[in-house]
Design a protein around this ligand. Structure first.
Ligand code: GDP
Ligand code: MN
Length: 377
């Protein structure tokens, strides 16, 4: 689970990691008012979206007057950064940057431990530094039993800084960030850039945190920060209904029983020149409620032009499935084409029941897929 910069900064400030004051704004005129509230002459207006690289995309701008703040906020609020529409901006005290550093704690699969990563090449995207000049990234594996006591934090702080005032501040930031990382079951806590200001102070100018989804059950405060994207809302609905569901980008909605068959269905759609809108395994049973829930799920996606239902009746009998489909669609208000392929126990009876109804019935998977692809064109 990801959170916004402003949320991560709230967590930082609650544990004493230095960040600048900010005001969160949903409208450009709020940003103008925020300019007055912040009181420093220079403010920075920053897009709040769940992705990095905002600076490069024009989502971070400095403003020296109220009008400038208004103007930048207006522009930034109209941006879409890497598919994320900007709906809010942070107006924050501007920092006079002398130098920029990179600091993060991350779960490292290779060392099966938390790793501290630091670099004097802050501000840039760390992936670029890693690709071009990997020697400029310092990595330290944290022993979970020892953690980050003073002597280690000091040793690591000296890797980036030689000025003792900076080192002392860095020790405190490292220890607090590590504690926050552990306490919140984070998988990433990143400051990029951590800056030294003109007043020789270390300040987190950016803040990024990601959390382990499997630990959210014991992190109610973290979970309360969850802001699902449209896709995540749909995936949450699917999870509640007990489906395995993955949203894709195509036009043919798929409803299949069994994960293997669902994969094969997607492959076949591609083979015949169509595009699957999703992976959906509805599991066994012919319960009409399940079909209703699954159809509602598929119809949430406005790109879906046709639905392909591909059922293998093993323990579930095809005539039961057919009667389930008929019951379900009595309660659904949609005229989208629905192609059904039933095979397995009592398949003839099942197909017979669907003939002359709203369903288009196919016998083989190839036939069903061809019909679906045609209907989607
Ligand atoms: P990102 O591009 O999404 O990682 O957003 P950041 O918060 O890291 O901002 C991008 C860049 O904008 C930083 O690396 C800084 O160089 C610059 N920046 C951000 N805030 C300030 C600020 O308060 N003062 C100055 N001078 N530059 C800033
Ligand atoms: Mn950044």
């Amino acid at each position: 689970m990801k959170i916004h910069e402003y949320q991560a900064k709230d967590l930082f400030s609650s544990c004493g990691i230095p960040v600048k004051k900010y005001v969160l704004c949903y409208q450009a005129d709020e940003a103008a008012r925020a300019y007055d509230e912040i009181t420093t002459e220079c403010v920075v207006v920053k897009a709040q979206v769940l992705t990095g690289g905002r600076g490069k995309a024009g989502g971070v701008k400095l403003a020296k007057t109220k009008d400038e703040a208004l103007h930048h906020a207006k522009n930034i609020l109209s941006l879409t950064i890497k598919d994320f529409p900007v709906t809010k901006v942070m107006v924050s005290e501007c920092v006079d940057i002398k130098s920029e550093y990179y600091v993060s704690f991350i779960i490292d699969r290779n060392s099966k431990a938390v790793v501290l990563m630091m670099s004097a090449e802050g501000g840039m995207e760390i992936e670029e530094v890693a690709a071009e000049t990997p020697e400029k990234i310092h990595k330290f594996v944290i022993d979970p039993i020892i953690g980050l006591p003073d002597y280690l934090a000091r040793k690591y702080a000296f890797v980036l800084f030689d000025n003792i005032a900076h080192v002392n501040q860095m020790v405190s930031i490292l220890q607090k960030l590590y504690k926050l990382f552990i306490d919140t079951d984070a998988s990433l806590a990143e400051i990029n850039p951590l800056v030294v200001t003109g007043e020789e102070e270390l300040v987190a100018v950016d803040a990024k945190m990601t959390f382990d989804d499997n630990a959210l059950y014991r992190q109610p405060e973290v979970l309360s920060l969850f802001e699902p994207t449209e896709d995540e809302k749909i995936e949450t609905y699917a999870k509640e209904k007990g489906f395995s569901f993955v949203h894709l980008d195509g036009e043919i909605g798929c409803m299949v029983n069994g994960a293997g068959l669902a994969m094969a269905t997607m492959d076949m759609i591609k083979l015949y020149g169509g595009t699957p809108a999703n992976f959906l395994d509805i599991g066994g049973s012919s319960n009409p409620n399940k079909v209703i829930d699954a159809m509602k799920l598929l119809l949430k996606d406005k790109k879906v032009k046709v639905v392909l239902i591909n059922i293998f009746g093993g323990i579930t009998r095809c005539d039961d499935v057919a009667s389930g489909l008929l019951t379900a669609f009595q309660q659904l208000d949609t005229d989208i084409p629905v192609i059904v392929r039933l095979t397995g126990t009592n398949e003839k009876e099942g197909r017979e029941m669907l003939k002359g109804t709203r369903f288009r019935v196919a016998e083989t998977m190839g036939e069903a897929t061809r019909m679906a692809v045609e209907a989607s064109k």
